[in-house]
Design a protein around this ligand. Structure first.
Ligand SMILES: [Zn+2]
Length: 364
C-alpha cells in the first residue's frame, strides 16, 4: 500500500511539473503562430532543381557540424544528433542496457511510431510546423528532403493544423543539426542550424523523428564496419554502442544509408578514421568515391532507407495501424517512462492499462 501511495505522489508531482506556472496563457484554442513559416509549391519546385551534391559541403558530417552547437546543447545529444526526451535521458543515465535498447529501438516500439491515417489509403501523415528564419534556398532544400519521403514512401509531412503530436522544424544555432527519436508525444523539435539544410541532413533528421537510429548502431554492424576504438576519445565510446535488441526488419546493412555516420564521426584526430568499411584501408579518412569505401552520404534516402521506411510504415498488412486506443492520450508524459520500467506488465498493471494505454502499446 505504501508503494502505491508513493506512486500516486510521484504521479502528482510528475503532473505538476508539466504545468508551466508563469508561462503566458493564450486564450483557449488560440495559438500564437506569428513566427511560423511554411513551405510553398515554389519551394518544392526550386528544391527539385537543386543539385543534391551541392546542398551540403562534402566532408562535413552531421556529427562534426554539431561541434559548433552550444555546449549545453551538445551535452544533451545522444549519438551526436539525437535530442532525447527527459524520460529517454533518464533511461540512458540509468545505464541498463536492456532498457536503453528498448528505448532506442524506435522501429520496434510501436507507441513511438506515427499512426496510419484512418481509411483505406495507406498513408501516414506527420504534421509539422516550420519556424521563420530560413532563407529561400534553405527552405527549398528542406522541401527537397521532404519530397524524397513523399515520392518514395506513404509518409506525408503535412502542415500542422491543431494536431497534438507534431514536429517543429526550427533554425537552431549554427551547425546544430539534431532531432528527437520517434514520435515523442506533443511537440518535438528538429534543429536545422546554418549549414544543416541539405537533403542528406534533412532526410536524416526526419528519419530519426520517424523512429530510426544510426546504421552503425545495428547489432550486426561489426560484420560490415570496423570501429577503431583507439582513434576515438574514451568518453565517446558510448556513442558507438550497439543496439542488440533493435529490429533491423530483416534488411541488409548498408554503409551508404543516410543513417550511417561518416568515417570521421567522433574521431580523436582529423587524420585517423573512427570507423572504416571492412575490407577497406584502415588509415584513410577520405577514400575516393570510386573505391566504395566511404561511409554514409549526403544525397538523402537511398534504396535501403526507402525499403526500411516502407516495410515499417507502408505495407498492406504492416504493423503500423491506428492503435485502437490512440484517441485516448496518456494520462501523463511519464507514461512512456513507466512503461519502459515494465509497469504495464507488473507492479501497476491495472493503473497503467487504464491511464497509459498508448505507452503500453494498446494491448487488446
Ligand atoms: Zn543522426
Amino acid at each position: 500500500m505504501n508503494i502505491l501511495l508513493l506512486f500516486i505522489a510521484a504521479l502528482t508531482l510528475a503532473q505538476c511539473k508539466e504545468i508551466p506556472l508563469l508561462a503566458p496563457v493564450a486564450p483557449e484554442g488560440v495559438e500564437s503562430r506569428a513566427d511560423e513559416d511554411s513551405l510553398t509549391e515554389d519551394d518544392f519546385t526550386l528544391g527539385a532543381q537543386m543539385t543534391y551534391g551541392n546542398a551540403m559541403p562534402e566532408g562535413i558530417p552531421i556529427e562534426s557540424a554539431n561541434e559548433n552547437a552550444s555546449e549545453q546543447e551538445r551535452a544533451m545529444l545522444f549519438e551526436g544528433d539525437i535530442m532525447l526526451t527527459e524520460e529517454q535521458r533518464a533511461i540512458v543515465d540509468r545505464g541498463i542496457q536492456s532498457e536503453i535498447d528498448e528505448m532506442r529501438s524506435g522501429v520496434s516500439a510501436k507507441s513511438r511510431l506515427w499512426p496510419r491515417s484512418k481509411g483505406n489509403k495507406i498513408e501516414v501523415l506527420v504534421p509539422y510546423t516550420l519556424k521563420t528564419g530560413f532563407t529561400d534556398a534553405e527552405k527549398a532544400l528542406i522541401a527537397a528532403g521532404i519530397d524524397q519521403y513523399h515520392k518514395g514512401t506513404c509518409i506525408k509531412f503535412v502542415k500542422r493544423s491543431n494536431e497534438k503530436d507534431y514536429i517543429e522544424v526550427f533554425k537552431g544555432d549554427p551547425g546544430a543539426c539534431w532531432s528527437s527519436l520517434g514520435r515523442t508525444g506533443g511537440k518535438q523539435r528538429i534543429s536545422l542550424g546554418n549549414g544543416c539544410p541539405g537533403t542528406g541532413v534533412v532526410t536524416h533528421e526526419l528519419m530519426h523523428a520517424l523512429g530510426w537510429l544510426h546504421e552503425q548502431s545495428r547489432a550486426d554492424r561489426d560484420k560490415y564496419i570496423k570501429i577503431h576504438w583507439n582513434n576515438i576519445e574514451k568518453n565517446m565510446w558510448s556513442q558507438f554502442r550497439k543496439c542488440e535488441n533493435c529490429d533491423a526488419q530483416g534488411t541488409a546493412y548498408d554503409t551508404t544509408s543516410v543513417m550511417q555516420y561518416g568515417i570521421w564521426a567522433f574521431q580523436k584526430s582529423r587524420n585517423l578514421p573512427s570507423m572504416t568499411k571492412i575490407g577497406c584501408p584502415e588509415d584513410q579518412v577520405w577514400p575516393s568515391k570510386e573505391s566504395g569505401c566511404r561511409l554514409g552520404q549526403y544525397n538523402g534516402l537511398n534504396k535501403s532507407d526507402l525499403k526500411e521506411l516502407n516495410l515499417m510504415y507502408c505495407q498492406d498488412t504492416g504493423p503500423v495501424t491506428e492503435p485502437p486506443c490512440s484517441n485516448e492520450p496518456d494520462f501523463s508524459r511519464s507514461c512512456e517512462f513507466w512503461a519502459l520500467q515494465g509497469y504495464c506488465k507488473h507492479s501497476f498493471v491495472q493503473f497503467m492499462m487504464k491511464n497509459c494505454k498508448l505507452a503500453c502499446g494498446c494491448p487488446s
